[in-house]
Design a protein around this ligand. Structure first.
Ligand SMILES: C[S@@+](CC[C@H](N)C(=O)[O-])C[C@H]1O[C@@H](n2cnc3c(N)ncnc32)[C@H](O)[C@@H]1O
Length: 260
């Protein structure tokens, strides 16, 4: 996997042996249904032609491929993710689109031996699962050239994300909460919801010009009630024109590595 002899962290193992299959099963919901949250930030992102870009936790590669189109044939994008089976899909997708300035590497972002060669690091929902968030941020800082930009999208609080909060509540009405020893994918989807905490983490990692922009909008959690219920539970009241749409809320966080 990554160029290191260290064993994979327990979270990376959990992504590979448990979550990857579930994510693949619901790829349409997770990649397309949630893309609302990256559409506007990506459109607004000013990408200098020929830039070198890193996409952290790139999953099935759709944002890495979009960035590769934007940076032009002399630019380059590296999509990095700890799950090889997601990247097999990403490579196939890039080949089908005829995009050859993107490549995908399986690695743990916390441990990958980056050189300071990237103008921009982007991530859509790929930053909330690190074993050591500040270590990962420091490593991303190391990957950026002086003056390089960071933009990443994370969920705001669960209360502002009923598409995740409501099914959780329904499940807890019927089942006991998971035990303390339950395996997890890391800190979790809401671990970067608090701007004060994330600002402090980014500052410790060496970033400046840190800003948060709130983004509220719909997410499509299924193309039929049946599929949505398979994805989660009890979503029928949210049906709109045959699609299942619920409220969601994210932060787009931007920061910069100080110029040398
Ligand atoms: C919620 S998914 C987001 C995927 C993709 N960015 C998207 O928006 O469709 C989180 C991704 O982060 C990856 N990931 C989690 N921890 C990681 C780590 N330590 N190093 C690299 N990738 C990681 C997972 O494998 C997964 O693909």
């Amino acid at each position: 996997m990554q160029p290191t002899t260290q064993p994979a962290s327990e979270y990376v193992e959990f992504w590979n042996d448990t979550l990857a299959e579930k994510f693949d099963r619901f790829q349409d919901i997770l990649m397309n249904g949630l893309s609302y949250h990256s559409r506007v930030p990506l459109e607004r992102l000013d990408i200098v032609p020929d830039s070198r870009i890193l996409d952290v936790g790139c999953g099935w590669g759709d944002t890495a491929i979009a960035l590769a189109r934007r940076t032009g044939s002399r630019g380059e994008v590296l999509g990095l993710d700890c799950v090889e089976r997601f990247l097999e899909d990403a490579r196939r997708r890039a080949a089908e689109a005829g995009i050859d300035n993107v490549c995908f590497i399986t690695a743990d972002v916390e441990r990958y031996p980056f050189e300071p060669e990237y103008d921009l690091c982007f991530s859509r929902f790929g930053m909330m699962f690190f074993e050591h968030p500040v270590v990962a941020m420091r490593n991303i800082h190391k990957a950026l050239k002086p003056g390089g930009e960071l933009m990443f999208i994370v969920w705001r609080d669960i209360e502002d994300n009923p598409w995740l909060g409501l099914p959780k509540q329904v499940v807890l009405d019927f089942l006991p909460p998971p035990g303390e020893d339950a395996r997890t994918c890391g800190p979790g989807p809401f671990s970067m919801a608090n701007p004060e905490v994330v600002t402090q983490q980014l500052e410790i990692a060496g970033f400046e010009d840190i800003a948060f922009e709130r983004n509220d909008g719909p997410v499509e959690v299924g193309d039929s009630v049946e599929n949505a219920m398979r994805f989660q539970l009890a979503l029928a009241p949210f049906e709109q024109d045959g699609r299942i749409v619920m409220g969601s809320s994210s932060w787009t966080i931007t920061a910069r590595k100080p110029a040398a």
